[in-house]
Every structure is written in structure tokens, then in C-alpha cells.
Design a protein. Structure first.
Length: 200
């Protein structure tokens, strides 16, 4: 199913339809400020297992897509002031910030989950989904099978390719073809793990 949402004029009814899908344990595809991504409700075991199977990734590799820093802070260990300042500086934006995880994340995923990747995209649809859901989306980028393109950018093509595999594709317009910049703060200083769209 393809659900068109205009970021300039967000439809609460359509957002709620996407949120209902997430709460029911569904996996959706949604736009960010970089590429389109898979997402599920962080609190749904059914959704998480479906996302793991669909993506072929281990759950510790996923990012938390949050509405704002306040929501993100519930899932991070106590942050040093410099790290907090950097998060305020770059968010919302095309970054994934890796920090130490809070005990709540450990309870959700087990003792092997010591860190968490935080995303607060500069995209109204993505942030509004996390806000309406009441907690972050567990997320990973949607790759293209094409060896040249790497990421799928056309939501209509995404819906055709993912039909029967995901529960909903949120069409927020054409997506990008470059991922977020990943910055790791778990050892104190900032370490750029992957250079993407965001300029550090």
C-alpha cells in the first residue's frame, strides 16, 4: 500500500494510519532527510522480528529515529556536555550519532546492546511519525539491488518492489541517494565512521 503524505501539509489522518500500522507490528518504508528507510515500532517485538528478517541485519545495527533530542535522551546513557552540545548543533540533520545506550535499551535488546545510533532527521514526516508513535522507530536504510544506485529513491518503485514484504510505503516525494554521516562518540571524542550527506 502506498500512502502519499505531503511534508508541507501533514495529514494527521494519514500519519495516524501509518502509526496504527506500526503499533500493529507492521514494517513501513518512510522518507528521511537522506534516503528511504525501513521502520518499525521500537516497542513491538513482532515488528522488530519482521524488520530483522526483512533487512537481514542483526538488531544492534539499527538506528533509533526520534522526534527530538528529548525523546532520544530516554534511550541514551548520561551524555557528557560536549556530546550533548554537538547533538543540539547537528540535529535535526543528516547524521547518525552513536552513543552509549541507556538501561532501557539493554532491557529491550539484551546485554549485547551497549550502544545506540540516534537519528533525528530534518524531515517532518519522519519526526512526526516518531512523535505520534510516542517512541522512536527502529530503522535501517532501504538499499537498492542495483549495484550502481545503491538506494531506491522513487516511492512508487519502492512500493512495487516491496509489495507483500512491507505493510506500508509512505510516499514523501523523491528520496536521496546518499546516507547520513555516522559519528561515534562512545570513546569520548568524535570519530566519523561513515561520511555521508551531513558535513561535520
Amino acid at each position: 500500500m502506498l500512502l502519499k503524505i505531503f511534508p508541507e501539509h501533514l495529514s494527521e489522518q494519514k500519519l495516524q494510519a501509518a502509526v496504527n500500522t506500526l503499533r500493529d507490528g507492521g514494517v513501513i518504508v518512510f522518507p528521511t532527510d537522506t534516503v528511504y528507510a525501513f521502520g518499525c515500532d521500537l516497542m513491538s517485538k513482532k515488528g522488530i522480528e519482521k524488520l530483522i528478517k526483512l533487512s537481514g541485519k542483526r538488531r544492534p545495527d539499527f538506528s533509533f529515529v526520534c522526534h527530538d533530542i528529548s525523546q532520544a535522551m530516554q534511550y541514551t546513557a548520561t551524555l557528557d556536555q560536549p556530546v550533548f552540545r554537538e547533538m543540539k548543533r547537528v540535529f535535526p540533520g543528516a547524521f547518525t550519532i552513536i552513543v552509549k545506550a541507556s538501561p532501557q535499551v539493554t532491557r529491550l535488546f539484551g546485554t549485547n546492546k551497549k550502544t545506540v545510533g540516534i537519528r533525528i532527521p530534518d524531515n517532518e514526516i519522519a519526526r512526526s511519525l516518531a512523535q505520534a508513535l510516542g517512541n522512536p522507530l527502529l530503522s535501517t536504510s532501504l538499499h537498492d539491488e542495483d549495484v550502481i544506485l545503491d538506494y531506491m529513491t522513487d516511492p512508487k518503485r519502492i512500493e512495487e518492489k516491496m509489495r507483500g514484504r512491507v505493510d506500508l510505503v509512505v510516499d514523501g516525494g523523491s528520496g536521496g541517494n546518499q546516507p547520513s554521516t555516522v559519528v561515534d562518540f562512545t570513546e569520548g571524542d568524535a570519530t566519523i565512521v561513515r561520511q555521508g550527506v551531513g558535513v561535520w
